[in-house]
Design a protein around this ligand. Structure first.
Ligand SMILES: *[C@@H]1O[C@H](CO)[C@@H](O)[C@H](O)[C@H]1NC(C)=O
Ligand SMILES: *[C@@H]1O[C@H](CO)[C@@H](O)[C@H](O)[C@H]1NC(C)=O
Ligand SMILES: *[C@@H]1O[C@H](CO)[C@@H](O)[C@H](O)[C@H]1NC(C)=O
Length: 327
């Protein structure tokens, strides 16, 4: 019983913090309508004075910091610049484990990248990973563990891994076509902290393959965005975050998936760079585009097949097979 009410309290606190976070993001809406947040701010009554402080020691839910979901600290720019991308590949299997075809896909990564440490997590080991690595952030851990829609959970997991440890994330329905060491062209090598590739329609980044250094502000922003969007989605469906079920799944891409990651990273970049970034900046990209420390690859890199195998957009780095799930 104690655990249950603790959970409810945690979720309530996250919900309230998230609503305010959304409200704050909306008031910062400088990216034009394309990347504007589609969630409405909560019109429900919020009695903040009755909220108990989060058990996280890093923050209290009061005053001006109520909007900040407690997260590990972001690395400084000089720290990031002096550290390499971790030589690590993260993948995750579904509840059914791995099928033969996935083993074949996985081999392509191992053969191309003999220097990469490689970990394939399961549902159980992913839960344990989050409990261990985010142990000081129980609000986030409880929220993660409470998610019932598997695709939402793996989306948040991807963000949590890329923020905590970095390296390459790749879904299991993806093969590697070029060694990871070759992905960042020489002129960008010492300035890049995150590598994303455009999806075929160039409106958002692919989420099936992403590379990052640990503790970037971009993945902190992505986690915050996702948690806020989950809270807002729960409000829309008149439920709690753990109550979100498959009926909410049609919105997965926006709430936790590729679109959420794209919007969050571009908003964060725009805020840090003090410029506006919109869809036009990504359209018809033929060469990698470095925005501050985020390298955006043309759609040929991660989505060549769906993009019609373009020949004027640089190398194909991975192939995505659009499997229904990672089982
Ligand atoms: C990054 O590398 C380029 C050469 O590829 C060099 O000209 C530049 O000075 C380097 N910048 C930093 C900050 O190390
Ligand atoms: C929300 O759910 C509660 C409990 O299930 C119900 O009493 C209430 O009428 C619902 N509100 C709306 C707007 O659907
Ligand atoms: C995005 O495109 C607009 C319009 O072309 C331009 O003003 C802006 O500087 C671009 N942003 C970046 C970060 O390059």
């Amino acid at each position: 019983m104690a655990g249950f009410s603790h959970n409810v309290m945690g979720v309530t606190i996250v919900f309230m913090a998230s609503v305010l976070w959304i409200w704050m993001l909306r008031s910062l809406d400088i990216y034009g309508s394309f990347y504007s947040l589609t969630y409405n701010s909560c019109s429900c009554d919020l009695d903040l004075t009755s909220a108990s402080p989060a058990s996280d020691t890093s923050t209290h839910l009061s005053g001006s910091n109520i909007a900040s979901l407690p997260l590990p600290t972001v690395a400084t720019k000089s720290r990031l610049a002096s550290s390499p991308f971790p030589a690590k590949l993260w993948q995750k299997s579904g509840p059914g484990g791995m099928s033969k075809s996935r083993e074949h896909y996985v081999k392509s990564w191992q053969q191309m990248n003999t220097n990469l440490r490689h970990e394939i997590l399961t549902d159980g080991s992913a839960d344990q990973y989050v409990r261990d690595v985010y142990a000081s952030f129980p609000t986030l851990v409880n929220l993660f563990l409470s998610l019932q829609v598997p695709s939402m959970k793996v989306d948040l997991f991807r963000q949590l891994v890329l923020f905590a440890e970095g390296g390459v994330w790749s879904d299991l329905d993806v093969t590697c076509l070029k060694p990871v060491d070759y992905w960042i062209p020489e002129p960008y090598k010492n300035r890049t902290n995150v590598v994303v590739g455009l999806d075929s329609d160039e409106s958002q980044f692919a989420s099936w393959t992403v590379m990052a250094k640990p503790r970037t502000s971009h993945f902190a922003a992505t986690i915050r965005y996702t948690v806020a969007a989950l809270a807002e989605s729960a409000r829309r469906y008149n439920t709690t975050i753990p109550g979100l079920e498959m009926h909410a799944a049609s919105k997965v891409v926006e709430v936790t998936g590729a679109r959420a990651m794209t919007v969050a990273i571009l908003r964060n970049l725009a805020a840090e760079m003090g410029v506006s970034i919109g869809r036009d900046n990504l359209t018809d990209l033929r060469e990698p585009l470095l925005l501050q420390d985020v390298l955006i690859l043309p759609n040929a890199a991660f989505a060549a097949m769906k993009s019609g195998r373009p020949e004027d957009r640089g190398p194909y780095l991975v192939e995505h097979y659009y499997a229904k799930s990672d089982e």
